[in-house]
Design a protein around this ligand. Structure first.
Ligand code: AP5
Ligand code: MG
Length: 221
């Protein structure tokens, strides 16, 4: 199985949900740039440039590429040097970033270890899924907005407090989907298609079915 698994797809397509499953099954590291940025909110000593990046994140905009590379590259090397794989969840949001990662993988002799899986979901369905979703502030567990099950009062995994992400408010979510959703993913998809490392799954299916399709892709490559 490839050591570097990259999930691309719009907000709410299920990147975090599927990344966590691979991490649990295979002991891979999990690099969610969104989670890392949210953790930075607790740091009292951030540089002005990083503080400004967090303002942009809260508003549903992308943060600068340099910050993403700073968060990602060391962590990828740390996992790989321990002989482990890593799942990149939302860590690539534009073609400049995709190019930057490829250069990094080339430098580190990791190009043959990379697979990219796009989780395809319409912006409309993503909006429905993410709106009112809650996440655990402590461990990041995701609790879906579902008609069939109630969201529990606290995290069922660690007892942590559940919260709605600031950027999941309806207005900001719509902005994220317009700027990071189906349309924005087109050029990233084309970039990876051209170098022959892109696979795709239909994210509108149930979580276990999507998981099963991802599993088949990972075993075949
Ligand atoms: P990030 O935290 O990565 O947010 P996102 O990409 O908007 O994606 P989400 O976390 O909202 O969705 P997801 O695809 O993980 O889906 P989930 O599994 O939760 O990024 C936040 C912000 O950080 C960005 O806006 C940006 O500002 C900044 N940022 C991060 N990376 C960056 C980068 N590289 N460059 C620049 N800026 C960056 O699933 C969604 C819901 O659906 C859940 O409730 C889940 O339970 C449910 N669900 C999942 N799968 C299914 C299914 N198959 N059926 C039914 N329900 C499902
Ligand atoms: Mg996520």
């Amino acid at each position: 199985m490839k050591k570097i698994i990259i999930f691309i797809g719009g907000p709410g397509s299920g990147k975090g949900t599927q990344a966590k499953r691979i991490v649990e099954k295979y002991g891979y590291g999990h690099l969610s740039t969104g989670d890392l940025l949210r953790k930075m909110e607790n740091d009292q000593h951030l540089s002005p440039a990083k503080q400004e990046a967090l303002v942009q994140m809260r508003a549903g905009n992308l943060v600068p590429d340099w910050l993403i590379f700073e968060l990602a590259f060391d962590e990828i090397l740390r996992q790989v040097k321990q002989g482990k794989g890593i799942v990149l969840d939302g860590a690539i949001r534009n073609v400049k970033q995709a190019e930057g990662y490829q250069e990094f993988f080339k430098r580190e002799n990791l190009l043959n270890e990379v697979i990219v899986i796009e989780i395809k979901l319409s912006d409309e369905e993503a909006l429905h899924r993410v709106h009112k979703r809650k996440v655990c502030g402590a461990c990041g567990e995701i609790f879906p907005n579902s008609t069939t099950s109630e969201i529990p009062p606290v995290c069922t995994k660690c007892g942590g407090e559940l919260m709605v992400r600031v950027d999941d408010s309806l207005a900001i979510l719509k902005h994220r989907l317009a700027t990071q959703g189906e349309v924005a993913n087109g050029p990233i998809r084309d970039f990876y298609k051209q170098i022959g490392i892109l696979e795709a799954v239909d994210g509108s299916q149930t979580v276990p079915v999507v998981e099963n399709e991802i599993e088949k892709i990972l075993q075949a490559r």
